[in-house]
Design a protein around this ligand. Sequence first.
Ligand SMILES: Cc1cc2nc3c(=O)[nH]c(=O)nc-3n(C[C@H](O)[C@H](O)[C@H](O)COP(=O)(O)O)c2cc1C
Ligand code: SF4
Ligand code: SF4
Length: 278
Amino acid sequence: MKPDKLVTLYFSPTGTSRRIAEAIAGGIRTAEEPAPRCCDITFGAAPATELDADALLVVSVPVYGGHPAPLALERMAALRGHDTPAVAVVLYGNRAFDHALRELDAFLAQRGFRTVAAGAFIGEHSYSSPATPIAAGRPDDRDLGEARLFGERIHAKLSGAGAASVDVARLRTPHTPLLPLLRFIAFALGYLRRQKRHPVVLLPRTDAARCIHCGRCATGCPTGAITRGREEETDPSRCIRCCACVKGCPVGARSFETPFAAALARSFGRPKPNVTLL
Ligand SMILES: Cc1cc2nc3c(=O)[nH]c(=O)nc-3n(C[C@H](O)[C@H](O)[C@H](O)COP(=O)(O)O)c2cc1C
Ligand code: SF4
Ligand code: SF4
């Protein structure tokens, strides 16, 4: 691998996928090597890009509903590899990553990449708040250290003879104790039943009395669902409920009220470890 061909790509509305991608890339490159090319697809699609077999792509995306965030995959559509090694990484909010890593791996394979390393890291849940903390503060220093070490091990693997592909199906979500898991499943089934009878569209809201019209929510929204100057409104057809606007509001005027926040905080309070495969 030529280090100058390291490309880091991430979709990261609330910043956890970006921070882990950067830590991994920091571990892969040595001090003398140039900074990796970075492709942030949070606000727009990746440009049509072809990467050769001597490049390395590090992809980091959040898990939404057990899948890679759909918009992230959409924005990677113009990427092409030629038997190019890739590091597939998902960030998830301490519940589960389900099939997300396998789907990301299949997506990359269809576009000419082969996964030589994979990881599922914990990031503060998008719905986490002081009242309903879910993996609050993660990735913390320890997680970032692990991501960096993972990067160093990837470097060592790629410096050796050949770089074998990995079977990402071997990575599983770490264990959740049975009772909290059953409680969450019961909650989710009840929620779906209620939604069937009385559908409710959940959207983030702005407290007009608090809003100082700084426009940060509009500029930080990955889908253009908020218009500058009309920050009290959210376009429901564009909003992906990523909560970037909620976490980025400097005065706490934005909130997203979902019953999932309390249910997740109740059932997934025990911190899960990051898992990696080389
Ligand atoms: C719509 C949506 C669905 C989510 N689904 C899951 C999930 O299935 N499992 C999980 O553990 N976390 C889930 N999360 C939490 C995110 O995966 C997690 O907070 C991630 O670190 C966010 O990445 P970002 O900081 O790069 O935006 C979800 C978040 C959102 C907004
Ligand atoms: S970030 Fe907060 S204060 Fe700023 S415009 Fe948006 S809602 Fe208002
Ligand atoms: S309006 Fe929706 S899509 Fe935009 S930042 Fe807020 S939650 Fe995300």
